[in-house]
Design a protein. Structure first.
Length: 306
């Protein structure tokens, strides 16, 4: 058995140091990652996803004004005591849930120098092990266990593994994009090249990177040498491009898992609204009341009723 197949992946890295400028003024003093999707902060869904894939050690990369993230994954004694005194078991369980989910650690990214730099801040905590990186702007439906599949692919091939999704040509330039070749496995491809946010007409394919990665520890060494790229920021995509050109034993190769499941984007306001509506509609406690209202609301709008 190859050495990499024996090493279990137990750590997840969640970059959450972005400024969240697309959601101002809400994100002036509140981290974007704490915005609720219905009644749970977006970042909790991401941590739950990591835990569901067996990753119980979660490192969150934070920055200024992010203290509420730490509070959220910590105990809240006063609140818990108040709920216990009222014998409100249901809410007490909800409050405790996030503090009991995982071993959550934090490191601060001193300056906003891009996603690659944020991931590099995890180097010391992660050490010489592969780890998963989960970006909060993408939420993956728990019914479609993508991360488990990515970990399997890493155990089989070594190197790094990206989650890829096919989008329409006009969407590609918003993402990192991969040039790919097929493998024997229908949902697994070899990544031969990567471009961060390619200008229209220059995209190598319509397969974009969604925010899930399993990275070989060699990525840290490459990130240290990676110059600022697109937008003047150190890009994770650029470091993975270097690894995609390397063979096994040198930190490569890079594979992609073609994801055809349910992904929710919370990156901008319209995507965020769509996600909230979909989650609310799917909830057993809310959907039956919310959906008839939504239908009526839309019908009224179409009839020109305000
Ligand atoms: C980041 C990555 C990009 C990836 C995207 C997925 O971009 O740099 O390659 O496709 O996440 O959400 P950002 O959304 O931070 O601009």
């Amino acid at each position: 058995m190859a050495d990499f197949a024996r090493r279990n992946i137990i750590k997840a890295v969640v970059p959450a140091a972005g400024l969240g400028t697309r959601f101002l003024p809400a994100t002036k003093a509140t981290p974007k990652e704490m915005l609720p999707v219905v009644d749970k902060p977006a970042i909790q869904y991401v941590v739950e996803e990591a835990v569901a894939a067996g990753l119980h050690d979660v490192l969150i990369i934070t920055g200024r004004s992010k203290r509420s993230i730490e509070d959220h994954f910590d105990r809240a004694y006063e609140l818990e005591e108040a709920l216990a005194a009222k014998d409100d078991k249901e809410r007490l369980a909800l409050v405790r849930e996030s503090s009991e989910l995982a071993y959550v650690h934090y490191v601060r990214q001193g300056e906003p120098r891009g996603l690659g730099h944020a991931v590099l801040c995890a180097a010391q905590h992660v050490g010489d092990e592969p780890c998963a990186v989960l970006l909060g702007d993408d939420m993956i439906d728990p019914r479609d266990p993508l991360l488990n599949r990515m970990i399997e692919v890493r155990q089989r091939h070594g190197g790094s593994v990206l989650a890829l999704m096919e989008v329409s040509p006009d969407e590609v330039s918003r993402y990192g994009c991969a040039a790919i070749t097929p493998t024997d496995d229908g949902d697994v491809v070899r990544v031969t090249d990567l471009v961060e946010k390619p200008p229209r007409g220059e995209e190598p394919s319509r397969w974009i990177i969604i925010g899930r990665y399993v990275v070989d520890p060699a990525v840290f060494g490459v990130l240290r040498e990676t110059p600022p790229g697109r937008g003047g920021e150190i890009q994770l995509t650029d470091a993975l491009k270097v690894l995609a050109e390397r063979g096994p034993g040198e930190g490569g190769p890079v594979h992609g898992v073609l994801f055809r499941g349910r992904r929710y984007d919370t990156g901008d306001k319209v995507d965020y609204l769509r996600t909230v509506v979909q989650f609310a509609s799917d909830r057993e406690d809310l959907g039956p009341e919310f959906l008839p209202w939504l239908r009526e609301f839309l019908a009224d709008r179409e009839d020109g009723v305000r």
